[in-house]
Write a protein that binds this ligand. Structure first.
Ligand SMILES: Cc1cc2nc3c(=O)[nH]c(=O)nc-3n(C[C@H](O)[C@H](O)[C@H](O)COP(=O)(O)OP(=O)(O)OC[C@H]3O[C@@H](n4cnc5c(N)ncnc54)[C@H](O)[C@@H]3O)c2cc1C
Length: 414
């Protein structure tokens, strides 16, 4: 394929933007399609961490035992809308099947290997978009309330270490020294010293978008309704009634990728793990680095816009409004952790794109090599955006991908 080839990227979240920039680096002419502001969706409200250590999926053999208490406790970071789950059973069944130990170990190995390549994809984009000021390398901390919580996470943490994650164990005194404003007596912790976080994920996407436009990228503020592949090209039908033609299309519409006609939705088993944040303006000075209260299922991240408490998992589909119980939970827990005002300044809901096997979908569509998929990055989309863009651009350019993407192919669902 020559360098004048026109490629459309559907979805301008951090994954779509990263694909667009990497495609431009390879010399392609790129059209980006999104009805909303670039980066303003799920990519804007996350916990900001470049989670190279994040190879442990939500899927866990332990989940079967913990599920009832997680679901029915008002003090739980996990919730489900039973009506939604019963009317969409396929994802949940597959998710539970992927909680078996050998499956989880496979996911950990595959994610671990991909996570080792994060900066191969991210660094060139940060340089290209002149965005180094939006990254802070201040490390990351997991904290545990007591020895029991710490022991419960021990086996996962050993697996993390086996994947190359480097961290030191902390006692209460170490935690107090590192983060003196934490008010809850956390007895144990882990410090991942080399981890970076993004100081403003929306600003990062905006920087990427400016760079995309400077490189003569074209932006269509439209929703893609349908993708139709033909001989040597793809038609993308838009919601203003027009269509555009491109030699290839990259589907990077996050959790919404399955709503585009022409994408074999049932096969892909993509759904969403809804996640929330509450944010306190001008409180970022309280922490030096992102701190995850592991058992409570969220991160506290100091960022340019304030102190953000982001996490939780809610299985309730795309349509339900924000769940006030989860906002209450995050507000209560954040105030147990640090001295904060009674009410946060911002409440937010986002839609993680998640396949039941906790692996992203990166590769040619099962129906056509003119369609490339780049979605399903669940809890790791910010982290894996750069490497996904790199792999997609290599595929589009007819190169052998620099990382084995066979396990991420949509063919795995066939
Ligand atoms: C609470 C929370 C905390 C998180 N913390 C982290 C973290 O610390 N580190 C990390 O790496 N990840 C984290 N994540 C995950 C990460 O935010 C997501 O994986 C990532 O944002 C997904 O990016 P995306 O570009 O695939 O999707 P999105 O950001 O959802 O972007 C998809 C885009 O596609 C557009 N779109 C949708 N339908 C169409 C259509 N038909 N046509 C055209 N465009 C369309 C949308 O408008 C949107 O702009 C977190 C997520 C949540 C919810």
């Amino acid at each position: 394929m020559n360098s004048k080839t026109r490629i459309a990227v559907v979805g301008a979240g951090v994954v779509g933007l990263s694909c667009a920039l990497w495609l431009q680096r390879k010399g392609f002419e790129v059209i980006l399609i999104d009805p909303d502001d670039p980066g303003a969706g799920t990519s804007s409200g996350n916990a900001c961490t470049i989670a190279e250590y994040g190879c442990i999926p939500v899927n866990s053999p332990d989940l079967f035992r913990r599920l009832p208490s997680l679901l029915f406790s008002s003090d739980s970071p996990l919730s489900m809308d039973l009506g939604y789950v019963l009317s969409h059973p396929a994802w949940m069944i597959e998710f539970l099947l992927n909680c078996r130990e050998h499956k989880v170990d496979r996911i950990i190995r595959l994610l671990g290997k991909l996570l080792a390549k994060v900066y191969d994809g991210l660094d060139p984009l940060i340089e290209m978009a002149n965005a180094r000021d939006l990254l802070a390398q201040r490390g990351f901390m997991h904290v545990y309330r007591d020895q029991r919580e710490f022991e419960a996470a021990k086996s996962s943490n050993q697996k993390r270490r086996a994947q190359g994650s480097s961290f030191v164990e902390l006692e209460r005194g170490d935690i107090e020294e590192l983060e003196p404003n934490l008010k809850f007596p956390f007895q144990r912790g882990l410090l991942f010293d080399s981890i970076s976080h993004v100081l403003d994920p929306l600003a990062l996407s905006q920087r990427y978008f400016e760079c995309f436009q400077q490189n003569e990228g074209q932006y269509l503020r439209q929703r893609a309704l349908e993708v139709v592949h033909g001989e040597g090209s793809v038609q993308i039908r838009l919601d203003n009634g027009s269509s555009i033609e491109a030699e290839r299309v990259v589907i990077a519409a996050g959790a919404f990728s399955k709503s585009i006609e022409g994408i074999p939705t049932k096969l892909l088993k993509l759904d969403t793990e809804r996640g929330y944040h509450v944010q306190y303006s001008n409180m970022q000075h309280l922490l030096k680095r992102p701190v995850s209260w592991h058992h409570a299922g969220f991160y506290a991240t100091p960022m340019n816009r304030g102190l953000r408490f982001a996490g939780t998992v809610e299985i309730a589909g795309y349509r339900k409004p924000m769940n006030p119980r989860i906002i209450d939970y995050l507000t209560r827990k954040s105030r147990e952790m640090l001295e904060l005002p009674e009410k946060p300044d911002q409440e937010w809901l986002g839609f993680r794109p998640t396949c039941p096997d906790a692996l992203p979908v990166i590769g040619f569509s099962t129906v056509s090599e003119f369609i490339i998929y780049a979605f399903g990055h669940h809890h790791l989309g910010l982290t894996l955006s750069g490497i996904t863009g790199k792999l997609v651009a290599e595929l589009a350019n007819g190169e052998d991908p620099s990382h084995n993407i066979t396990p991420f192919s949509p063919r795995r669902f066939l």
